[in-house]
Write a new protein. Sequence first.
Length: 115
Amino acid sequence: VQLVESGGGLVQPGESLRLSCAASGFAFSIYAMSWYRQAPGKERELVADISSRGRSINYADFVIGRFTISRDNAKNTVYLQMNSLKPEDTAMYYCYAKRAGVDYWGQGTQVTVSS
């Protein structure tokens, strides 16, 4: 089983990034997927989640209107489009898959927002 995140980097405030998480080794299309983030010294927090078919989506209050989660089950990939980035969005971003008590984490991709 692998969840491989990509797309992180260093950007300036107000800019955008698109994170991707490529899944392999399990039945991606029947798993709910989430993006979490963890800043230094803080607990890991949920950013957004999407149901297996993409019909149900939820966002943390602090990203509503700025971030969009989506998935492509044909490509076994989940995405996080991040617009209007703020310095407080700086964190390691993790991909997470869950179904019926079974879950998997990716290794994370670093997002740094700084001028």
